[in-house]
Design a binder for this molecule. Structure first.
Ligand code: CA
Length: 228
């Protein structure tokens, strides 16, 4: 999942970048509202974290402009303590949730994961498609109850496909969400990773969890568990 962090305070921005990367996100950062507007418009994001107190273009104005530009990914705002007007205005501008500063990183992470799940139509942090279960909190995967060891990139691909199970995801979309702006992109790598993922999830080639749609991309083809 690709996240944009817009925060002017360097230590906070850097710690969010490090912790979110550790948690399996691809992280883009912006130091003020103008950088945030550029990144928020140009990069294929899944979610954004925006501090409301920014130099230059304010956080509120940034959110309004992103929504006016038809950017629909969920937005989590960071607000100052005891400023209820900020929260209300932020939500009215188009944000989806807020966290009050100072916060524990775990709270930001839990809220981001919840926003992403809901954007994908999932209610629970455990995503189930047929026998495949992916736990977004523990970042673990099982097939028929047996744990499957995945690399970070394999996990990210599977998480993205499962969050949007049933939808066709293009190879370029997967590539863009796997790597941040500083990374050399190569869609052949995606083919290799998807191939490895298939073998790990389905060593006997019975389940066929990931469909290839020639020229269009990939689709997680197992049925979603309605209860989750
Ligand atoms: Ca600030």
């Amino acid at each position: 999942m690709r996240v944009l962090v817009v925060e002017d305070e360097a230590s906070l921005r850097e710690s969010l970048q490090a912790r979110l990367t550790e948690a399996g996100f691809t992280v883009d950062i912006a130091r003020d509202g103008d950088e945030g507007l550029f990144a928020g418009r140009e990069y294929p994001l899944d979610v954004a974290v925006i501090d409301l107190g920014l130099p230059g273009l304010s956080g509120l104005e940034l959110i309004r402009r992103l929504r006016a530009a038809r950017k629909t990914y969920p937005i989590l705002i960071l607000t100052a303590r005891d400023n209820w007007q900020d929260k209300v205005e932020g939500l009215q501008a188009g944000a989806d949730d807020y966290v009050v500063k100072p916060f524990h990183f775990e709270e930001v992470l839990a809220r981001l994961q919840a926003l992403l799940r809901r954007a994908g139509g999932w209610a629970s942090p455990q995503l189930k498609c047929g026998p495949v279960v992916l736990d977004t909190r523990a970042q673990t995967v099982t097939v028929d109850g047996t744990p499957v060891e995945l690399t970070t990139f394999e996990y990210r691909i599977l998480e993205h496909l499962m969050l949007r199970a049933g939808e066709v995801i293009s190879k370029s979309e997967l590539t863009e969400r796997l790597y941040d702006q500083d990374f050399e992109r190569d869609s052949n790598v995606i083919e290799v990773l998807v191939g490895r993922l298939r073998r790990k999830l389905d060593p006997s080639d019975q389940l066929r969890p990931i469909e290839t749609l020639r020229g269009r991309g990939y689709r997680l083809s197992l049925p979603r568990d309605a209860a989750t």
